[in-house]
Design a protein around this ligand. Structure first.
Ligand code: TYD
Length: 212
């Protein structure tokens, strides 16, 4: 570990969640740069993806073949997640690095359970298996819909109903484990969001140092 780098015994795992288009990817790129000054190894990954198998599964589930069965869809995301965790994420964490995830376990609860109707408990249980029990130190939810409501046509209204269910899934998850979640309104200045995230990560890192 380089001079000036903080020691993070069990690694730092941070996930970003929220609807498509709320700015997760932008925040993750800035966060990576900011963390690189503090932690020796910083990696960013996206779900589904981040491995050869995961990227192939991403292509299938997002672009080639829409899953008629919600459980089939979830199991594809879960397979990509298992591969990513075991071959990429856990090794980085075991080297005391930091991993920033663009979506993770909570996306499946929000989208496949609250969005598509699967039982949240089933998803929580399978998530625990595929992640080998590793949960994020911090999950940031960029809350809110990317487009304003009001003038939506019928199709968009159907989508909005779906997005509302997904958002209610995130709210349910954050209620269950408030200490893991930082909730930030997505429709505000990206600099303000970034500052809030950095402040919270600082606290998480301090806590890890204190716990050594
Ligand atoms: P992506 O293009 O990465 O969208 P975003 O910019 O919002 O991250 O597509 C990922 C899509 O996959 C997104 O619509 C959410 C969905 N998804 C699930 O439904 N369940 C999951 O477990 C994950 C990881 C993603």
């Amino acid at each position: 570990m380089g001079v000036g780098h903080r020691s993070v015994t069990s690694g730092l795992l941070v996930s970003l969640e929220g609807l498509d288009g709320v700015g997760k990817t932008t925040q993750i790129a800035r966060l990576k740069e900011w963390l690189e000054g503090q932690v020796a190894e910083v990696m960013t990954v996206r779900e589904p993806g981040g491995t050869a198998l995961g990227e192939a599964l991403r292509e299938v589930v997002l672009h080639r073949a829409e899953a008629g069965s919600a459980i089939a869809e979830f199991l594809v995301f879960a397979a990509a997640r298992a591969e990513l965790i075991e071959t990429v994420v856990l090794p980085v964490l075991s080297r005391q690095g930091a991993v920033l995830m663009d979506r993770f376990i909570d996306s499946s609860v929000a989208y496949q359970a609250f969005g598509r109707g699967l039982d949240p408990q089933t998803i929580l249980e399978i998530n625990a298996i595929v992640t080998q029990g590793r949960t994020p130190n911090l999950t940031i939810w960029l809350k809110g819909e990317p487009f304003p409501s009001g003038e939506a046509d019928r199709l968009e209204q159907r989508d909005q109903e779906y997005f509302r269910r997904v958002e209610s899934g995130y709210a349910w998850l954050a209620d269950r484990e408030p200490e893991r979640w930082l909730i930030l309104e997505s429709r505000q200045d990206p600099d303000v969001i970034f500052d809030a995230i950095c402040r919270r990560i600082d606290i998480v890192l301090q806590g890890m140092k204190g716990g050594e």
